[in-house]
Design a protein around this ligand. Structure first.
Ligand code: SD4
Length: 316
């Protein structure tokens, strides 16, 4: 097959796509490109929902989720709910390359990152602390969980055995609360990789891990087939492994757009109110996306057909 290098990422995070593309063009691997793109977003704090200083949890702290997957070897590295280290996707790469493990979480992830030479630092900023203080002074305590229709209203400590009619019908992520970077790439040698990086969801219960660092949920890639990456209401999406599903559908002959749509439709069947989106590439560099629960979903793309990164919009 003819190899068509390409990089696509969720949302209008064009600096990330641009960085990943330049890495591919200077001979970098698909994995190099994924990590470089995610790192740009972690540094730029893309939309406040990637990297430090965003999405404070119920205690006001920021915790990061990230994943990388190498479709050539099916090697994976990920971190979940990692506090006090800014470079989540680089740490994920260390998990992939320097351990036998796939996913490290919480304090253990922070400790591992320190051993790998990363700086420990406070991830809070004035912005994230202000967000948290405002929420904390206005939230209504003693609800069972904070995924009520308006999650920003409720907070712990939680009570067990909330009556069924008060149990959450999750719609956690809204237009302001769902901008994970999910990224997929094919390099000049035809290697396919994918990754994600996010600070998760605002006011989550400490310890919550989203879809983003879960293999097959936040992202997936497999050589000679393609790759996918998702964004949105992770608490719902991770029940369906949409990225895994989309790649399997490609394998079964779906085109990228059809695979994306079918993966989203599977979730909608159970959760008609969920918000989320998925991007998909096949091994030829064809791409497609699908979304649900908001108006328009932008994603960024760089390939050799265009000089600059472009943004595509789809209607949800
Ligand atoms: C999560 N999927 O942790 C993330 C939220 C997000 O784009 O921003 N998605 O649920």
């Amino acid at each position: 097959r003819r190899i068509v290098p390409v990089v696509i990422n969720t949302w209008a995070f064009t600096d990330a796509a641009s960085k990943s593309w330049s890495v591919l063009n200077s001979g970098g691997s698909a994995i190099d490109a994924i990590v470089a793109g995610c790192t740009v977003c972690e540094q730029e704090q893309c939309d406040g929902t990637v990297g430090y200083g965003g999405s404070p949890d119920e205690n006001g702290e920021t915790a990061l989720d990230a994943l990388i997957i190498d479709g050539t070897t099916m090697n994976v590295g990920a971190v979940g709910s990692m506090k006090r280290i800014k470079e989540a996707s680089k740490v994920a790469r260390h998990v992939m390359e320097n351990t036998k493990h796939t996913l490290l979480v919480g304090k253990g992830a922070t400790q591992f990152a320190k051993q790998m030479g990363f700086n420990e630092t406070n991830l809070s900023t004035n912005y994230s602390l202000d967000l948290w203080k405002h929420w904390k002074t206005n939230c209504q305590p003693n609800f069972w969980i904070n995924v009520m229709p308006d999650p920003e209203k409720y907070c712990g400590p939680y009570k067990p055995n909330l009556p069924n009619n008060l149990k959450p019908n999750s719609n956690f992520v809204d237009a302001k609360n769902h901008d994970t970077i999910g990224i997929v790439a094919i390099d000049h040698n035809g290697n396919i990789a994918a990754g994600t990086s996010t600070n998760g969801a605002k006011f989550k219960i400490p310890g919550r891990v989203g879809d983003s660092p879960i293999t097959g949920s936040g992202a997936y890639a497999m050589k000679d087939i393609g790759a996918a990456a998702a964004t949105g209401d992770g608490d719902i999406m991770m029940r369906f492994l949409p990225s895994f599903l989309a790649v399997q559908l490609l394998k079964n002959g779906y085109n990228p757009k059809g695979a994306a749509k079918s993966a989203i439709d599977t979730i909608v069947q159970f959760y008609p109110n969920f918000s989320g989106a998925i991007i998909v590439i096949d091994r030829y560099g064809h791409y497609g996306a699908a979304c649900h629960g908001f108006d328009k979903f932008p994603y960024s793309i760089a390939n050799s057909e265009q000089d600059n990164v472009s943004i595509k919009y789809i209607e949800c």
